[in-house]
Design a protein around this ligand. Structure first.
Ligand SMILES: Nc1nc2c(c(=O)[nH]1)N[C@H]1C(S)=C(S)[C@@H](COP(=O)(O)OP(=O)(O)OC[C@H]3O[C@@H](n4cnc5c(=O)[nH]c(N)nc54)[C@H](O)[C@@H]3O)O[C@H]1N2
Ligand SMILES: Nc1nc2c(c(=O)[nH]1)N[C@H]1C(S)=C(S)[C@@H](COP(=O)(O)OP(=O)(O)OC[C@H]3O[C@@H](n4cnc5c(=O)[nH]c(N)nc54)[C@H](O)[C@@H]3O)O[C@H]1N2
Ligand code: SF4
Ligand SMILES: [Mo]
Length: 716
């Protein structure tokens, strides 16, 4: 056997999840033909999951966008860059003139680089004069972010991935870690198996980590606040709290204790179904450890009471002094490869880079000076408000850079109406997706493998990506596309002095970013080259970076305890809709499937499958492989069932990766009032056994059963 010799090997960062694995791409004939992980490099030390190892072939998929596309009747025609850029800049400028910048809605991109996103929000703010910029973080950790800001004044993951294998005691709740942050889960499992760490899993589904758990609390979906409040009750009544930490670092403990009085474990058992004794044990395990960490995911955040969920976790960490030290902390695991970075780069409606508030006059003045232009102090709209704004006519145009709201927004029929009401929509993406189907212009961007820049992973580690392949067709890095548009619009709108959209390369953008961002100031490309990655905050060139936060106290000054009341605004089941639908992810696929369904991974997991408890399947006379119709008050999909004890009785699970049974046709767009995050984990549905979909006596191929409008990707 001859071993293929690579023409070149390029070190880069995985484009899928927030673990931020480092990888070496072996390139020959402009193809990635092997992916390896360096053993000596944080955060993954030689590990990769199936997506990083085998899922990168999307980069060279034949359906990558190669040229700008302009709407032509029902379809699109290819256009030159000049024509497309001129059209977009004229149209957007006209809308800004007629209705003002606040009539635009813009989506930044958690898959693109920090540099791409910095330029994007600079264009939105400096040229279009609006703060209406947001991204998928709103649909993701908004509940966690809002809760943590209220409690401690910071929302990033507090501790590093490197600490995980040395954990002593830890809670994992609402995170299916082995499928969604697979390499992190390896370190968590190692902590249990090699370090004897005690793991408490708190999750309604029997995820793989329950096999490693000392204790598994299987609560009824949506009842987390009751369980965590009861744990706090036990910690107070058994005096297991950390008096010194509470006394020196927090406020509001007295009021909080009072609010806990009715929250006995028996009270929580009645609400959540978790045995009172297990709640007691969990409280003791967590509070008696020298250091104990909490890791969580979407099961906590994506709820109409996501903020309360996060607050109840923050209360537990503060009362036990589990903040500001190694192996402890509050750790919302960030999802997208660069969702941390997209927020850090100013892709949010209320802040510039590193959370510098748009309505702080000193910050506003600093950015006005740096960008030579006046800026708006009014916080902009969130993603969920943008969709609603399109329906009321307040939003006239949308710019979507690397997101797919027509798969990822709740209640897709609602999102579709909103998008159809727009005067103009531009999508910037590496592929055509369900959203760009509705666009007026689609601009092709270069993928992670074709450009330079930085991603920031879940533990705030800034790492490089490097060009390994030539850009596909005429595609260009996002920042270049945005600079072209910004320069043209400055000319049309007569912005007196250019805000500066001329950059030699991604590094030049980073240099500008760090100059206006104290937390990034000490990080340079040269340093990243040498050290592999640096954790921000890093205020000076000789600062080592900050693997874990809050050693000197929390940013809020004192951490605040928030009394909470258990209640629910979620959609509950009834006689007509007797099943509870929860949605989420599987190991092999990514969100709307744009990337993974165009990779070999699709062969491993080719179709949507509804997970259902054996008792429920028995009652409906269903066996694995049968077809079932799932209907909510919003919509209906058909797919096959898998009978498994993973889901609790009465709850069915559907991944949202598959257009042919798009889970978000079923979900509802009700939101948490403070975080504005939708409730992706709670919808009421009814189920009916369905016939195998057929046409002319044959089964209809899966890809032709699109439940929403057929995306072009399937119509050749
Ligand atoms: N393979 C893969 N990996 C991914 C992604 C992907 O699309 N595919 N996406 C990335 C992104 S952006 C994100 S945000 C992360 C998300 O990562 P996770 O949060 O791990 O992903 P979900 O599948 O949404 O799983 C949520 C978990 O919450 C549990 N849950 C459901 N209801 C409740 C409840 O009421 N309370 C509690 N406590 N738990 C509940 C579910 O049983 C499940 O274990 O994954 C990232 N990684
Ligand atoms: N039912 C349900 N819905 C959910 C969730 C859930 O748990 N359940 N989770 C929510 C969460 S946590 C999230 S984060 C969202 C995710 O929702 P989205 O962010 O909308 O989903 P993605 O499929 O990741 O979209 C990424 C897009 O970026 C493109 N892309 C990739 N690389 C680049 C690049 O370099 N440049 C550009 N311009 N584009 C690029 C891809 O082709 C793809 O079209 O979904 C949310 N929706
Ligand atoms: S764990 Fe995440 S970052 Fe690592 S290879 Fe898998 S998807 Fe990529
Ligand atoms: Mo996410």
């Amino acid at each position: 056997m001859t071993v293929v010799q690579p023409e070149r090997v390029v070190r880069t960062t995985c484009p899928y999840c927030g673990v931020g694995c480092q990888m070496n791409l072996h390139i020959k004939d402009d193809l990635i033909y092997r992916v390896e992980a360096p053993f000596d490099s944080a955060p993954n030390y030689g590990n990769l999951c199936v997506k990083g190892r085998f899922g990168l072939d999307f980069t060279t998929h034949p359906r990558r966008l190669k040229q700008p596309l302009i709407r032509d009747g029902e379809g699109f025609r290819e256009a030159s860059w000049e024509e497309a850029l001129t059209l977009v800049s004229k149209k957007l400028s006209q809308i800004v003139r007629d209705y003002g910048g606040d009539s635009l809605a813009t989506y930044a991109c958690a898959k693109a680089t920090n540099e791409d996103n910095y330029i994007f929000q600079k264009w939105v703010r400096a040229v279009m004069k609006t703060n209406n910029v947001d991204h998928c973080a709103r649909l993701c950790h908004a509940g966690s972010v809002t809760g943590l800001q209220l409690a401690i004044g910071s929302s990033a993951m507090s501790n590093s991935i490197a600490e995980m294998e040395h954990l002593d005691t830890f809670i994992v709740t609402g995170s299916n870690t082995t499928e969604t942050h697979p390499v992190i889960s390896l370190f968590l499992k190692r902590a249990v198996r090699q370090n004897g760490a005690k793991l408490i899993v708190i999750d309604p589904r029997q995820i793989e980590l329950t096999d490693f758990a000392t204790l598994w609390l299987r609560q009824k979906p949506g009842t987390d606040v009751a369980v965590f409040q009861a744990m706090a009750h036990v910690i107070v009544t058994e005096k297991l709290y950390d008096e010194t930490y509470i006394g020196t670092q927090t406020e509001g403990f007295e009021d909080y204790i009072e609010s806990l009085e009715p929250c006995t474990p028996e009270w929580a058992e009645a609400i959540s179904g978790v045995p009172a004794e297990d709640i007691r044990q969990a409280a003791r395990l967590y509070a008696e450890a020298n250091q104990a960490a909490i890791y969580w995911g979407m099961g906590i955040s994506q709820s109409t009471h996501g903020t309360d969920n996060a607050l109840s976790l923050a209360n537990l960490a503060m009362m036990t002094g589990n903040l500001g030290k190694a192996g402890a902390g509050l750790n919302p695991l960030r999802g997208q490869n660069n969702v941390q970075g997209c927020s850090d780069s100013g892709g949010l409606p209320n802040v510039y880079t590193a959370y510098q508030a748009v309505n702080n006059p000193a910050i506003q003045a600093k950015f006005e000076q740096a960008w030579h232009t006046n800026l708006s102090p009014d916080p902009g709209l969130t993603v969920t408000e943008m969709v609603d704004g399109a329906l009321t006519g307040r939003i006239k145009a949308m710019i979507v850079m690397g997101e797919n709201p027509m798969m990822s927004e709740p209640n897709l029929a609602h999102a579709q109406h909103a998008i159809e009401a727009l005067d103009f929509m531009v999508c910037i993406d590496i592929f055509m997706n369900e959203t760009s189907e509705y666009a007026d212009v689609i601009l092709p961007s270069a993928s992670f493998a074709e450009k330079a820049g930085t991603f920031t992973n879940s533990d705030r580690r800034i790492q490089r990506i490097r060009p390994a392949l030539p850009p596909v067709g005429e595609s260009r890095p996002d920042w270049e596309i945005v600079c072209e548009l910004a320069r043209r619009m400055e000319a049309i709108l007569g912005v007196p002095e250019s805000a500066g959209f001329d950059y030699a390369d991604a590094e030049a953008i980073w240099e500008e970013m760090r100059a206006v961002t104290p937390d990034f100031y000490g990080i340079t490309y040269e340093r990243l080259e040498r050290e592999g990655g640096v954790h921000w905050p890093c205020p000076s060139l000789d600062h080592p970076g900050t693997p874990y936060l809050f050693e000197e106290g929390v940013p809020r000054g004192r951490g605040k305890f928030w009394p909470l009341e258990y209640g629910t605004n979620s959609e509950l089941t009834n006689e007509e809709y007797p099943f509870h639908l929860t949605t989420g992810r599987v190991l092999f696929h990514w969100h709307g499937g744009t990337m993974t369904r165009r990779s070999k991974l699709d062969e491993a997991f080719p179709e949507p499958i509804l997970e259902m408890h054996p008792d429920d399947a028995h009652a409906l006379q269903l066996v694995s492989g049968d077809w079932v119709e799932v209907e909510s008050r919003r919509g209906q999909v058909t797919c096959r069932v898998m009978v498994t004890g993973r889901s609790p009785q009465g709850t069915v699970f559907l991944p949202f990766h598959f257009v042919e049974a798009a889970a978000n046709l079923l979900t509802l767009n009700k939101i948490d009032p403070r975080a504005k995050i939708p409730d992706f984990k709670m919808a009421a549905v009814k189920l009916r056994k369905a016939e195998t979909p057929q046409r002319d006596g044959h089964d209809i191929p899966l890809e032709e059963r699109g439940a929403i409008k057929e995306p072009t990707r399937y119509v050749h």
